[in-house]
Structure formats: C-alpha cells, structure tokens
Design a protein around this ligand. Structure first.
Ligand code: NAD
Length: 295
C-alpha cells in the first residue's frame, strides 16, 4: 500500500483521489476550497492543513491544478518537503515550458517526476478510465504506473520531460480542428439539402471519418450518446478546448512550428467562448457556425 498526497481536489482531482482511496491507498489531500475538502473527506481522503502538509512521509504526490503557474507554485512549495525517493506526478494540462520547469525543481531535490496529463474528462475521472500521457524518465514512469492504473485504463509513456503535455496538446489540436470541420460539413450539408443521417452514413465509413464524427457527432441523432442529443451540455466544455488550443499555439510559437489550421481553430473557439458559450460542450460550436456570417 502506497501513501499518496493529492493536491487539487476539483472536478477531476476529487474523483481521482477517491479512486485511489477505493484501491486501498492512504490518501492525504488538500484544496484551497473548503467545500471540496469536505467532499474529499467524505470520500475517505485525509485532509491536511496545507499543500506542504500533505507530502510528509508519502511515497507519491499527485497534483491536479488549473494551469502552469499553479503547478510551478505548488511544486516549489512541496518538492523540498517531500521524502527522498518519492515520485511527483502532475496530471494537470499545462504548458510544456512549465512542465519542464517543474521537472527541473524535482531533479534539483533528487525526486522522480512525471508530467501525466489525462484525457477522458470528469466521466473518466469518476469511472477510473482515464488515459494518462506520460513524460519523464523510465524510472519515474515505472514508479508512477501502478498508481496511475488505479485512476485510468491506458497509461502511455510518451518520452522524456514534457512529452506527456506535448502529446496532450497535439491530440487536442487535432480534436478541435476536426470538430470544427465536421461541424462545417454538417452545416454545408444542411444548405445542400443532404440529411444529417445520410452524411453520417457516408462519412463515418469513408475517408471523412474521425472521433469527432463517430463518437461525438455534433448533430443529434446519428450517435445517441453525443452531447448534441443533450442540448450540448458538456462533455468537454468549450472553455477547456480553448485552453488546450491556446497551449498548442504557445508551444507552436516557441518551437517554431507552422500550425495555421490549429491557429484558426483557436480563433474560432475564442469567438465561440466570447459569445457566452464557455460552459457548453465544444461540439456546440456548430450552432455558432450556422449563424456566423464571416470568420
Ligand atoms: P478545477 O478547477 O475543478 O480543479 C482545480 C482545483 O485546484 C480547484 O479546486 C482549485 O481550488 C485547486 N487549486 C488551485 N490552486 C491550488 C493550490 N495552490 N493548492 C491546492 N489546490 C489548489 O479543474 P479540473 O476540471 O479538475 O481540471 C484540473 C486540470 O485537469 C486542468 O489543468 C484541466 O485543464 C485538466 N483537465 C480537465 C478536464 C475536465 O474535463 N475537467 C479534462 C482533462 C484535463
């Protein structure tokens, strides 16, 4: 049984920590929000007085925080207090630069570290079926894997420090762009008098096939479980898609990669968010595309 610290008990971190408790680990957690601490306590998490209090004598530390600045600040506080030999895992979605800076802090103090962002959303966090995309040394991956397996079902070692974050933002850039063009195809089909089902039947078995179409179809009907059938309730909120597309653009700029379609996808999601849709599912952008005059 491994003793684990868990910092950031929000929409994702709360259920992830609860799954570690269910798997028989002693979990000591902390969040800035008192109500989230109470919820985690009810799920069996021991609540500490602060982030740095969580890490005393634990074998592993998981952070699940909003953005790079939070991860940098929390790791600067906890890493010097962690036990020698512990592994520190960050599962937040953050910029590659902050992820590498966090690894450097861990290395300075002789700790193993892993960037391990997830896909699968809050449903996957609750069900323990997340995919973890991991960056770090083989030794860090080996130490973290048995813990990540209690919260997810696919644990992929993508490469060295920052490779997990790189995989996450590249994947989500594909997702954002394919969702937009899938929506555009349905809007064009509507104008051409082609039914949603007919386009789906052809494209889902042809070269236009993608996850955005076959799992997450942005119009109601063809895929009964997609958010389009539930008034575009998330799912995966448009605000989070915009966050990931912006991270991809920051990374592209600093790495000198040309990503014109990714850049345009970020602009369109920015407009969709600005129109008051931050909390809607990202596939709801079809409603914006139907009415947008010029983008
Ligand atoms: P959230 O805002 O619900 O949770 C983050 C928590 O971190 C909050 O409860 C906040 O109080 C806490 N926090 C911030 N600073 C802290 C500090 N110094 N000490 C302790 N706690 C602190 O966000 P979330 O939806 O759980 O997402 C967490 C991360 O996972 C984000 O990086 C997000 O992009 C990523 N992610 C989210 C989803 C999703 O569907 N929600 C899917 C994949 C990845």
């Amino acid at each position: 049984m491994t003793r684990i610290a868990f910092i950031g008990l929000g929409n994702m971190g709360g259920p992830m920590a609860a799954n570690l408790v269910k798997a028989g680990h002693v979990v000591r957690g902390f969040d800035l929000v008192p109500a989230l601490r109470d919820e985690a306590r009810a799920a069996g998490v021991e609540i500490a007085a602060s982030g740095s209090e969580t890490v005393k004598d634990v074998d592993a530390i998981v952070t699940m925080l909003p953005a790079g600045k939070h991860v940098r600040a929390v790791w600067a506080e906890i890493v010097p207090r962690a036990k020698a030999g512990a592994v520190v895992i960050d599962s937040s979605t953050i910029d590659v630069e902050s992820a590498r800076a966090a690894h450097a802090v861990a290395a300075e103090h002789g700790l193993k570290s892993l960037d391990a962002p997830v896909s699968g959303g809050t449903g996957g966090a609750r069900a323990g079926t997340l995919t973890f995309m991991c960056g770090g040394s083989g030794e860090a991956f080996a130490a973290a894997k048995p813990i990540l397996e209690k919260m997810g079902k696919r644990i992929v070692h993508c490469g060295g420090d920052g490779a997990g974050q790189a995989a996450k933002i590249c994947n989500n850039m594909i997702l954002g762009a394919t969702m937009i063009v899938t929506c555009e195809a349905f809007v064009l089909a509507e104008k051409l008098g082609l039914s949603h089902q007919a386009l789906f039947d052809v494209a889902s078995t042809s070269s236009g096939q993608s996850w955005s179409l076959t799992t997450y179809c942005p119009v109601p009907g063809p895929v009964p479980g997609s958010p389009a059938n539930n008034s575009y309730k998330p799912g995966f909120a448009a605000a989070l898609m915009l966050k990931d597309l912006k991270l991809a653009q920051e990374a592209a700029q600093s790495a000198g990669a040309e990503t014109p379609i990714g850049a345009h996808a970020a602009e369109l999601y920015e407009k969709y968010n600005e129109a008051g849709n931050e909390g809607a599912d990202f596939s709801g952008i079809i409603q914006y595309l139907r009415t947008a005059k010029s983008n």
